[in-house]
Design a binder for this molecule. Sequence first.
Ligand SMILES: [Zn+2]
Length: 138
Amino acid sequence: MPMPDIVCQIARGDLDAEIILRTETVVAFLDRRPLFKGHTLVCPVEHAPTVLELPADAAAPLLVAVQRVAEAMKTALGAEGTFVAVNNVVSQSVPHVHVHVVPRKTGDGLRGFFWPRQAYAEGERFAYAERLRAALAG
Ligand SMILES: [Zn+2]
């Protein structure tokens, strides 16, 4: 048996965390190293390594919990908005789906978090779309 990841440990109550929301299917707790204070990780209780393996019937409750947490950040923290993000494999520190919900305010300086944007060469955008359309149709 491999060591359970920290999200599974927190979901089972084997590891201490600052849990802010707990349902049958979802657990949400504060990130120990927040981008901004209140930064929360919303996770399915049932283990799934990435969003790609998340069962469809677990996806809706997870997103509903994300909505609830983001809404709570407005009233509890005075957030004007939120940044909601999921890393899959690359930059994913724990191999258990966790949705980052980060409280945002205008001018909070999170800009540096965003990746540099690229430009498509002539015709390249169509070629990328064709490749993805073919894969989605297959
Ligand atoms: Zn897990």
